[in-house]
Design a protein around this ligand. Sequence first.
Ligand SMILES: Nc1ncnc2c1ncn2[C@@H]1O[C@H](COP(=O)(O)OP(=O)(O)OP(=O)(O)O)[C@@H](O)[C@H]1O
Length: 266
Amino acid sequence: MSDEPVIRVRGLKNCFGDQVVHEDLNLDVYRGEILGVVGGSGTGKSVLMRSIIGLQTPDAGEIEVFGEPIIGRDEAETVEVRKRWGVLFQGGALFSTLTVAENVQVPLREFYPDLSQQLLNEIAAYKVVMTGLPPDAGPKYPAELSGGMRKRAGIARALALDPELLFLDEPTAGLDPIAAAHFDELTKGLRDTLGLTVFLITHDLDTLYAICDRVAVLADKKVIAVGTIPELLALDHPWIQEYFNGPRGRMAAATEERQKEAEVTR
Ligand SMILES: Nc1ncnc2c1ncn2[C@@H]1O[C@H](COP(=O)(O)OP(=O)(O)OP(=O)(O)O)[C@@H](O)[C@H]1O
């Protein structure tokens, strides 16, 4: 992790009618880190992600990704920076009428319309295997895959353009604990091998303990705290205490502790 922010958010404000979702929200995400983003339902985690990737126009504030301003710029102006990130939306959001391989090719066709079909096929096949899917998953349709495989296919598509930055919105939601743990390993493995920066929205405490370098907590319309889990535990904010020190939080901490001990004795 470096001290260079890949994402810089300052004074962000987002409203829907009378509802103020974000007010004076600030956040830095550093190169090479996996940043977990947590908060109660409706605190605006997805709206924050959508603002950063330019799908939501905020009411005020500044957002920079790789030093490029995002707010108020159209798609054509941000094309170079958009090539540098990949996104896995909540639920995977694959096109159901396209095969896995065709889904992976969508961003390639959008940004590199002159690539030959052979090259598109080769890149898609490589991305599919890279995410741990069997090679024969390429010609399958999303409906023919398990939930865990669909998430992997979503990651394969997010990786299509060899991004430096990956946005994941609740990637382990709906997965059984074993598939979720495998997905966590995949995320960490990709970060370690490709040097990615990962912005990871999650409700999954196991994921936070297992792979996140820092965690940002959304509450009261802003990021109220960001740090390692021990740093957050030292704060006496009621939501943070309830979240990390509630029964599920304690269980996730104990699991992580056991895994670390097992690694030491191995
Ligand atoms: N396009 C929209 N129009 C109106 N309201 C919206 C829109 N998008 C989001 N909201 C509202 O903004 C708030 C934050 O939504 P968001 O989806 O970011 O929450 P979240 O923290 O990701 O929640 P969850 O953990 O349940 O996914 C919610 O109250 C939601 O209803």
